[in-house]
Design a protein around this ligand. Structure first.
Ligand code: NAD
Length: 514
């Protein structure tokens, strides 16, 4: 409880904190719990539909008549960069809040904060570089150019696995582009978003950044359906993404979706064995597998299969589970490739356990895990042992569905063509990896994978300069990189007749009006 002291607990609307948990309005309050031991670490306000309306109206006013969209991009960029500096200066505090909220090891939360700061720095610099282009005019008396303008009021909705990092991927480019924002963190993990808003709000004109709290339905839905919102940017599960797309259709909003993944980690027999084993473990079990790009689906070439799975089972026992604040867990001194915190909630652990049971009933072979740990020190939290399911086939439940827990399925392939076909046999298309000592094969396979990010002989790294997003049902649009900024703009064609005449363009035989 003491660790959260000072964190705002209300809603940020039009530059003012309102409806704090102590004086909660009609929306009531919500307890925020630490998944390590289920204790209440904060009580925050819950927004009503009226609060959402007020937040969107404030963002609308700030966009239509406030100074932010019209500021020189360089000045906006300075503010965005400064927000990144504030994150860096408050790393310890923000990392503690993130670990309290998500249960993840403190070292991982610190890394998240470094990544958040880097994203703000990147877009602070890139915003001023955003430019349109001059178009070859159809005649000597015409000037024709395409300019980029901010898209308007953005509703941004984030998940619980990387609360502040996912917020930064949306907020930094939106602000840099000149948009105004209503941001809703997951109801399970609002703390770092609230603290970031507290740090950033004094740098921004009122209404540019608004934060509302509460569940997807009704709070998130009220954001998505509000006619004054121009764009919805959502990161979360596939089912929610489908719902949001349908809800946004009524007002034909621009929609950007970062959804789940069922990510293949393809290991050929000529790969560096030890590196591939280590990385297969961190690919699947980092953050207890609660990573959209988790390498939860191991595809291994037949001649390597037995030896590879034996090594995995050997090493999986080295993974430390425990409190994110424990030195043992986050010190990195125990030689383990990865340290695991708990799953986010009891309900999520039940879902993970159910998917494992269903896959075992379909004939998978349990080689490790498959249950919560017996350690009494972890009994109050939502821990689940790193689990290896061997003998899997494409049609099995845990191979098809995103488990979002510490569960690795193992399938066997013989040829390169077969590996590619299996890796692409999913409705998802977020990320994947190929492990091989053959550079030609590495590039061939990388090109043929229908996934938005492909690692060769590595797993998990990303850089803010490179686009992130999904093929197929893993999403719509891209975050990060220059495209992540352009998503928050509209392209406008400005056609200037330098010598207007009454007969004009149509009389001159012009055509092609759409
Ligand atoms: P979720 O879909 O349950 O919730 C995400 C957010 O959407 C939350 O803030 C929630 O309150 C809100 N929400 C729920 N229903 C809504 C509705 N009808 N309208 C508007 N908002 C609504 O996802 P989660 O369980 O919080 O996160 C896990 C999922 O996120 C996984 O599927 C994971 O793969 C995905 N994810 C994807 C990426 C990526 O980059 N592609 C990154 C992180 C997480």
């Amino acid at each position: 409880m003491t660790r959260t002291a000072g964190t705002p607990s209300g809603l940020l609307i039009d530059g003012r904190w309102t409806n704090t948990a102590n004086t909660a309005g009609t929306g009531g309050t919500r307890e925020v719990r630490c998944p390590h031991d289920d204790r209440v670490v904060a009580v925050v306000a819950e927004a009503t539909a009226e609060d959402v309306r007020a937040a969107v109206a404030a963002a609308r006013r700030a966009f239509d008549s406030g100074p932010w969209p019209a500021l020189p991009a360089a000045e906006r960029g300075e503010v965005v960069t400064r927000i990144g500096e504030l994150v860096r200066e408050h790393t310890d505090e923000l990392a503690e809040l993130e670990s309290l909220d998500t249960g993840k090891p403190l070292a991982d939360s610190r890394q998240d904060m470094a990544d958040v700061a880097a994203v703000f720095r990147y877009y602070g610099g890139l915003g001023p570089a955003l430019s349109g282009r001059t178009v070859e005019p159809p005649g000597p008396d015409v000037a024709s150019e395409v300019v980029r303008e901010p898209v308007g009021v953005c509703a941004q909705i984030t998940p619980w696995n990387y609360p502040l990092l996912q917020a930064s991927w949306k907020l930094a480019p939106a602000l840099a582009a000149g948009c105004t924002v209503v941001l809703k963190p997951s109801e399970l993990t609002p703390l770092t978003t609230l603290r970031l808003a507290e740090l950033a709000a004094p740098l921004l004109p009122p209404g540019v950044l608004n934060v509302v709290l509460g569940a997807g339905d009704p709070v998130g839905r009220a954001m998505v359906t509000d006619a004054d919102v121009d764009m919805v940017s959502f990161t979360g599960g596939l089912a929610t993404g489908r719902r949001i797309m349908a809800d946004a259709a009524a007002t034909v909003k621009k929609v950007a979706l970062e959804l789940g993944g069922k990510n293949p980690n393809v290991v050929f027999a000529d790969a560096d064995f030890d590196a591939a084993v280590d990385n297969a473990l961190s690919a699947a079990f980092f953050h207890a597998g609660q990573v959209c790009s988790a390498g939860a689906r191991l595809l291994v070439q037949r001649e390597l299969h037995q030896r590879f799975v034996a090594a995995l089972v050997d090493r999986v026992g080295e993974i430390r589970l425990g409190d994110g604040f424990s030195e043992k867990v986050h010190s990195g001194q125990n030689g383990s490739v990865v340290h695991c915190g708990p799953l986010i909630s009891r309900a999520h652990r039940e879902k993970v356990a159910g998917l494992v049971e269903a896959t075992l009933a379909e004939g998978a072979v349990l080689r490790a895990g498959g249950r919560p740990p017996e350690d009494a020190a972890l009994a109050d939290g939502w821990y689940y042992l790193p689990t290896v399911l061997d003998g899997c086939r494409a049609e099995m439940t845990a191979v098809r569905e995103e488990v979002f827990g510490p569960v690795m399925t193992v399938e066997v392939f013989d040829t390169e063509d077969e590996a590619v076909a299996m890796a692409n046999d999913t409705v998802y298309g977020l990320a994947g990896a190929v492990w091989t000592g053959d550079a030609g094969r590495a590039r061939r396979v990388a090109r043929r994978l229908r996934h938005g990010t492909v690692w060769i002989n590595d797993y998990h790294p990303y850089v803010p300069q490179a686009e992130w997003g999904g093929f197929k049902q893993s999403g719509v649009g891209r975050e990060l990189g220059p495209t992540g900024l352009e998503e928050y703009t509209e392209a406008k064609h400005v056609y200037h007749n330098l010598r207007p005449a009454r007969s004009g363009w149509l009389a001159a035989g012009g055509g092609g009006a759409a």
